[in-house]
Design a protein around this ligand. Structure first.
Ligand code: FEO
Ligand code: CA
Ligand code: CA
Ligand code: CA
Length: 739
């Protein structure tokens, strides 16, 4: 979902602050870059990770092998010749026999046992052929764990949402339309079908009871009317990216949760005024005094399930146990679920920090070593994070007796770090610890303890001078090299001459600011986004220094190669606004998905397949800008190897108005599941209010479900297979382990 919050008014890493120093150091930095590159090779050789002249065999042996899909604006899913895409599981599909077929006319209710809306991140969990037990290598049956990030009220109701005060029936229908679903799928022919009657099918909604785990469990900041002890909470919302743990559970990231809550116009006063800690925190997380909620659920009546969405301080207690003033602190976490077992409550993993989470990607587990989990915070100017577990990895935990208890071992104790990028292609991870003097002594917010640091991770990251990035979305870890890839989707606040506290100057890791019609014809910014990648020192997930470069810059192929199309993308490779990112563990192929508005005049959103090299395989480049005062700015960046048709190609274009999101595959790599989120352009962009006149009618127009050629559009999971039964996207039948 496009959601462009901008709450980071900290003074971190403004290029203007360091510009003079950089210009005077520029020649020295070029020397430094060469040194850093040499250091990478040395570290790789010593760390057991492939070095530049010893590239992973997978990258040489497996080639992309399909005909590139052309950009287009057709209202369908386009895949290469020789592939078949089928709709598998769409919004509203019943998850048991008791729930009626989905009519898709706005009259349907009962989302507690229907597929939710806005399918987003997704993971596959294998079952044995009989469907009776987990089988991590099972490829004929499995459970899809699906995030349902949001919903379209125009399509959910007969004629849109009733304004505030919201009718109880409408709110009760909307609330379970988001959250998660777990749905069994099984092979049918070459493709797959979902199993309507499976015992594995279930929904998790904003009302599902959950447990708070990790350092913030029982914190004063987590106490609510629902849980005076601060140990429990209800539900998960705005679930965006995902992850799979090495022990076989599902991780879901809570992203733009702040928008679901309302605060009174005078709520700063009872909280102690504008400089009070709770007010500083609420402002930093985008819930300022007077905020209205996206859906107005708090106006639907006196029931506690509605009252909780008003987070104003209304009670008389000192600790917040008589109202929901702290409710916002129970959202913004990575949440762990066992896809195979609905009897255990989901766990909010507070050790991993609170922000607008996207995916959670594990570094390659090494026996005896801590696990690293990489994460991003998707708002303009927010940060890149990683968590390093206290516990070392035990190989027998890959198939544990109790998966969530195993999660406790790795995800409830450890260190949280935030990234700082330097111009010379190096960077460092800074621990967010109450023991850090910059955090303990931070003037803008007074941290009480480590739980407070985790609840207010953004403020702690401000305090230590983390680098503001161009909206970090998903991250993914290369299964051979262990390098970490982060999408930075776009940022219209990235400027050559920034004005005010929310605009950011171009810098080495976020180096572009330019105009492009139609969305940024006059207001420059990073219009098309880029993908940065990191190599940990020594290949060690616990390292505190790394090297980096920019794997790809999104751009239109016709854009200026010296300023915008720095990766020299061709018409078969060009893209805008990279968002979802996932590596196939079977083939090492990178799946890049887009969530774009800037290139929508030419093409719907898409998925590209990549065979990336590694950090340092390209060359440094200097961009030159003229500031408003006429002075010159030169920005040194580091561009990855220019892709070839063998290493980057467009694989899929989605229907009108959609975003391409969650991607996973069966363990054998022969069936690919992809989520198509929020097709439907007219209504989403405010150009129409009539569901039947929307510019998209997918997947009804593809013959799926009710409505046919004039159907209301529906988010849906599709399954893609190769007509010859081969693995997705690559030549031959080799896999990484064979090479
Ligand atoms: Fe849910 Fe940042 O996308
Ligand atoms: Ca996005
Ligand atoms: Ca354009
Ligand atoms: Ca996203």
């Amino acid at each position: 979902m496009i959601d462009d919050e901008n709450c980071n008014t900290s003074a971190n890493r403004s290029l203007l602050d360091v510009l003079d120093a950089r210009l005077s150091r520029r020649n020295a930095m070029r020397v430094g870059l060469g040194t850093a590159g040499a250091a990478v090779l040395t570290a790789c050789g010593g760390g057991g990770v492939a070095a530049a002249d010893d590239a992973p065999a997978s990258d040489r042996s497996l080639r992309l092998s399909f005909e590139a899909v052309a950009k287009n604006t057709a209202d369908r899913v386009t895949v290469p010749a020789g592939y078949t895409a089928e709709v598998l599981y769409a919004k509203g599909d019943p998850l048991d026999d008791a729930t009626p077929e989905f009519r898709n006319d706005g009259s349907d209710t009962g989302f507690e046992m229907r597929a939710g809306d806005h399918h987003d991140g997704m993971e596959f969990y294998g079952l044995d052929p009989g469907g009776t037990r987990p089988d991590r290598s099972g490829s004929t049956r499995g459970i899809l764990a699906v995030n349902h990030e949001a919903f379209n009220d125009q399509f959910l109701h007969p004629a849109g949402a009733t304004p505030n005060p919201r009718p109880v029936a409408e709110a009760d229908k909307e609330i379970p339309a988001v959250g998660l679903s777990f749905v069994e799928v099984r092979q049918r022919g070459r493709g797959f079908e979902y199993v309507r009657t499976s015992d594995y099918n279930r929904r998790v909604t904003p009302l599902t009871p959950m447990r708070i785990h990790g350092p913030a469990r029982g914190s004063a900041l987590m106490k609510t009317k629902f849980s005076a002890a601060g140990t429990d909470c209800r539900g998960t919302i705005n679930n965006c990216g995902t992850g799979t743990t090495p022990w076989g559970t599902f991780l879901t990231g809570e992203e733009n949760w702040a928008g679901y809550f309302a605060r009174s116009a005078t709520d700063n006063t009872p909280r102690g005024g504008s400089t009070a800690n709770s007010v500083v925190s609420l402002n930093r997380y985008g819930c300022t005094q007077g905020s209205t909620s996206r859906h107005g659920w708090e106006t639907a009546g006196a029931g506690d399930r509605f009252a909780r969405w008003n987070i104003s301080q209304t009670g008389a207690s000192a600790d917040g146990t008589d109202d929901y003033r702290n409710e916002l602190n129970t959202f913004g976490w990575i949440v762990e679920a066992d896809p195979y077992d609905g009897t255990q409550a989901l766990r909010k993993r507070t050790a991993l920090g609170r922000f607008a989470h996207e995916s959670a990607a594990f570094g390659i587990p090494v026996a005896g070593r801590p696990l690293a989990v990489y994460m991003g915070d998707d708002s303009r100017g927010e940060y890149i994070y990683k968590f390093v577990s206290e516990a070392g990895w035990r190989a027998d935990d890959a198939t544990p007796a109790n998966r969530l208890t195993t999660g406790d071992r790795y995800l409830d104790a450890g260190k949280l770090f935030v990234a700082q990028f330097d111009e010379d292609g190096s960077g460092r991870w800074i621990e967010l610890s109450i023991a850090n003097a910059a955090i303990a002594g931070y003037a803008a917010y007074r941290f009480a303890d480590q739980a407070d640091v985790l609840v207010n991770a953004r403020l702690a990251a401000d305090a230590v001078g983390a680098t503001k990035m161009d909206r970090p979305e998903w991250c993914a870890v290369h299964p051979v090299s262990g390098e970490i890839y982060y999408t930075l989707t776009h940022n219209n606040n990235r400027k050559v001459t920034p004005v005010g506290s929310t605009q950011m100057a171009v810098d080495s890791a976020n180096p572009r600011s330019y105009t492009d019609a139609p969305t940024a014809a006059t207001s420059p910014g990073n219009v098309n986004g880029h993908i940065v990648r990191l190599k940990e020192s020594g290949g060690d997930g616990a390292a505190t220094v790394f090297t980096w470069d920019i794997y790809l810059f999104g751009a239109e192929s016709g854009a200026d190669a010296g300023k915008v199309n720095l990766s020299r993308l061709t018409a078969d490779q060009d893209f805008s606004s990279p968002d979802g990112l996932w590596f196939s563990p079977k083939t090492g192929t990178l799946f890049i998905r887009t969530d774009d508005g800037a290139y929508e005049d030419v093409t719907n959103c898409m998925m590209l397949l990549g065979r990336p090299g590694q950090v340092g395989d390209g060359a440094p480049e200097v961009l030159q800008y003229t500031k408003a005062d006429g002075s010159t700015v030169r920005v040194q960046t580091h561009v990855g190897a220019i892709p070839t048709p063998d290493t980057l190609r467009r694989f899929l274009v989605g229907p009108v108005g959609c975003e391409i999101t969650g991607t996973c595959e069966t363990p054998d790599g022969r069936a690919l599941f992809v989520n198509i989120q929020h097709p439907g352009k007219g209504i989403r962009r405010g150009a129409s209010t009539d569901p039947a006149s929307d510019l998209s009618h997918w997947p009804g127009n593809a013959g799926y479900g009710a409505g046919g050629a004039t159907a209301r559009p529906r988010s849906a999971t599709i399954v893609i297979t190769r007509d010859d039964g081969g693995r997705i996207g690559v030549d031959g039948d080799q896999v990484l382990n064979d090479l």
